[in-house]
Design a protein around this ligand. Sequence first.
Ligand code: PEP
Ligand code: MG
Length: 555
Amino acid sequence: MPIPSTLIGIPASPGRAGGRVVRVAEPPGEPATGPAPADPAGEAARIEPAVELVSTRLTARAATVSGDAREVLEATVTMVGDPALLQNAQELVTERGRPAARAVWEAANGFAATLSSMGGYMAERARDISDVRDRIVAELLGLPAPGVADLDAPAVLVATDLAPADTAGLKPGVALALVTEQGGPTSHTAILARSLGIPAVVGCAGASTLTDGSAVIVDGATGEVGEVATLDEAVEAAAAAAVVTDWDGVGRTADGHVVPLLANVGDGPGAAKGAADGAEGVGLFRTELAFLSAAEEPSESRQREAYVAVLSAFAGKPVTARTLDAGADKPLPFLSLDGEPNPALGVRGLRIARDGSGGDGAGVLDRQLAGLAAAAKETGAELKVMAPMVATAEEARWFVERCRTHGIGRAGVMIEVPAAVLTADEIMREVDFVSVGTNDLAQYLFAADRQSGPLAALNDPWQPALLRLIGMLGEASERTGCPVGVCGEAAADPALASVLVGLGVASLSTGPGARAAVGAAIGGLTLAQCRERAAVARAAADPIDARRAVAALDG
Ligand code: PEP
Ligand code: MG
């Protein structure tokens, strides 16, 4: 049932909630460059205690949470404590006569600019630096700490943007939902909201018009935010639409069509969590995440250890490892090419292994395949291996041959480039399976950077153009017998998951926190109903239409 919507943003974490708005304290803004302090040494000495106080607060918050949230907060604490940041700020006071708050502002901005110029994950960390900067500046200016104050009652948090450290400290049930004016669906904040199971809408133009204390309903699956007259009305409307998460842990439709629900993981602890949550296997092991900071190619034993850590959590179950997806948003210092004008369209993913410009990409791939095959033997997991960024059937054939050389019996490719959809039949005849990376497929289909906030609406996985491509893959799968899975973020949206099944997708792989809602959503529908949803979503004119058309089938 559509909600009385007044605003619409980008759906970032599914679920519906109703409650009272609490606006998040805004950051302090840019401090003035003067006047120069009368006592520069004394002014410089104020910085360290402010840094320590911010660090202590964040450490205390980290101690109250676990998993992704804890990692984010701990990473932020490390940034606060960076001695170079403190030293640079102190020097700006003593040598350039800046007031302490201004000095911290400039030192942190310099640090953030360096990270931004590194691109990819490092550039995303620039947002964490701004958060650290704002907290220290607020402390030095005697202003309230920016971000979320401790909530004394459940509330819908509304902000211009939320720092990852803020999102990480939130408690589901107290933070009922998040609405931000900026940010995109693949931002760190959105990923954390999903892993915490808190409904979220990001990039919501007009969110600043929501006032403290007003009553709202938020639908994190459709991006709708509606203001209503009373709190009771908001709570009732949300409860009426609560997702039934009654699920027996086996992925299948109401009439028994099996759709394994798998886990996306990046390391051993993530795999252990996925196994404990009842994932039926791993649909995407992002192997590059284990080596993001490695300056040199990890040794064979180091690689094997990292692979065993993941595979051992799923002995006897399927684990699909993706070979290193280096480049663009995931630069690996030992593999990515420097200075490409357009890294997302450059030598990345499988292209590195096939690069003829003198690097040892093929050797790196071979050593990785050897490590994966050895880890499979050691753990008894059913290893499947797939390559990222495959554009042609010839690339697929080459990759499968490399896998066979290492005795890997199940080899596939990711479908992330529109060209691979248009030649799906040819590709599917070369491989044992394909898996759709909807994050990249959307980015390349719409020529819209997946990390861009302003372009987030184009990367919406409900875009009918994207759904039509996935439908074409479903049809090719039927012709060739090659199964097609989805491991991009699209699989984590319960309503969209049923559409994907209707389009012919055979398995769904998601991050933590999404499986029960996805399992319940699919389990409540027959395959014919999933197909009906697929048909209306595919035929829609835009994502809003697609969501409404599918929701309307619920009556
Ligand atoms: C994707 O592109 O959808 C995907 C699953 O891979 P990644 O997000 O790691 O690029
Ligand atoms: Mg990808």
